[in-house]
Write a protein that binds this ligand. Structure first.
Ligand SMILES: [Zn+2]
Length: 341
């Protein structure tokens, strides 16, 4: 399969976007370019950040992908059957937009807006002049692509705000698409609410004798800012959080220890939580946490501190959380990102 010359531009843009924690975390996000009836799209489980150092793009037959979407088939037709990589679970999103280059990112300002209700007027004001549309939450894969296809057919947007999920943009070339991502994030910028730094001594004490360790510093703000803590323990905001960290966030109750939490998990036949919040002190994670999962925890901190204090949050319904946890395609993506780490 001959690779188009523009793929090199896409690799560069993908690596840049993928290395910005405010835009992409771990194996999240995906990018594509269309050329001669072939859609070159990021492989499932691959990291955009590695676009220049690894082969992360898979050729997909474009018309076949569109046909599959029309017929309600989630599996995408790869153009190179000898290849070992699977196309991203969000491939049909890339196929259905008419733009040559499509970027999908989990940008933190966009996610904050996309997780709230009642802020539509202000969002419209900020995005004025752009060809944009908002799409309600649907599970990534076929359900999301179907609703995006409906909206795209009516409005032909270049920018789609995906409810409880992220940002999707399309443009004629890589530079245009990258610029659009930054333009939307600039317009939707929300100030981060200040929160005290983590209490390292307290966290070390909580972790002593367990398989947990303090998380990266940014994550502590989830537990040291009371507003952040309230937002993230009340429910799940977006799909990757559920896939990599489980539903919502668990905080230690007054007087509760990590050992207590593990015992509760074991009694319910569940693995111990990947991450835990210690109110007032910070976040701790299982020592065996994969980098991809810790990046999701950082993302949550960056989103939570941007949610306005009086925001009305639309959390993912419990049945959507379950659908994400039981979905084979997501299990595959998670397993891959664990394997590569
Ligand atoms: Zn996504």
């Amino acid at each position: 399969m001959i690779k188009p010359a523009e793929l090199q531009n896409l690799r560069e843009v993908s690596a840049r976007v993928g290395s910005d924690i405010n835009l992409v975390q771990g194996a999240g996000g995906n990018t594509s370019i269309k050329r001669d009836g072939v859609l070159w799209v990021k492989a499932s489980g691959a990291w955009l950040a590695e676009a220049e150092t690894r082969d992360i793009f898979v050729p997909v037959d474009l018309s076949g992908a569109l046909r599959a979407l029309e017929q309600g088939i989630e599996k995408m037709p790869v153009a190179d059957p000898a290849g070992t990589l699977r196309p991203s679970i969000e491939t049909s999103l890339h196929a259905l937009l008419p733009h040559r280059v499509v970027l999908h990112v989990h940008a933190v300002n966009t996610i904050a807006w996309a997780s709230c209700v009642g802020m539509e007027d202000e969002m419209a004001e900020r995005l004025q002049g752009l060809a944009w549309a908002r799409v309600p939450y649907r599970r990534p894969g076929l359900p999301l692509s179907q609703v995006v296809a409906e909206v795209a057919a009516q409005q032909r947007p270049d920018v789609l705000i995906l409810g409880n999920h992220g940002l999707l943009v399309g443009a004629d070339d890589c530079a245009g698409a990258e610029a659009l991502v930054h333009e939307v994030e600039r317009r939707l910028h929300l100030p981060a609410r200040p929160a005290p730094v983590g209490d390292r001594a307290a966290l070390d004490a909580v972790c002593r004798g367990t398989d947990y360790r303090p998380a990266e510093d940014v994550c502590h703000r989830l537990a040291t800012g009371p507003q952040n803590l309230a937002f993230v323990t009340a429910g799940s905001l977006y799909p990757d959080h559920v896939v990599f960290l489980g539903p919502a966030m668990r905080a230690l109750a007054q007087g509760e220890s990590v050992t207590d939490v593990i015992a509760v998990s074991e009694a319910a036949n569940l693995p111990p939580p990947v991450a835990l919040l210690v109110p007032g002190a910070g976040a701790i994670v299982r020592a065996d946490i994969q980098p991809g999962a810790e990046a999701m925890l950082i993302c949550l901190a960056l989103v939570a501190e941007r949610l306005p204090a009086d925001a009305v949050i639309s959390y993912l319904p419990a049945e959507e959380e379950q659908a994400l946890l039981n979905w084979d395609a997501e299990k595959y993506r998670k397993a891959l990102s664990v394997a590569r780490a």
